[in-house]
Write a protein that binds this ligand. Sequence first.
Ligand code: SF4
Length: 83
Amino acid sequence: MSQSTIPKDKDYPKLSKATSGYFEILYFEKSELNSSYFCNDCLYFIHGNDCAIVKKDGPDVDGKESGIIAPYGICTLWFRIQF
Ligand code: SF4
């Protein structure tokens, strides 16, 4: 999908998790996440637990630090191109 076109070797500024409104929903950790409003199905998600526009380090809106952008995470910038 689109993640293959997002450059991973660029050092550009990203938003913090707290600024983006990011948090993780552990209840959905083992769910099927391919057609839902989670990071896993977001244009900006980079497989390998990263995001093109949100930093994976630092506290989220709940003050929790996981060190990853989780497939079962979500933030206010979630976006997907609809065809
Ligand atoms: S929902 Fe937010 S944190 Fe998750 S991949 Fe999309 S932009 Fe990144």
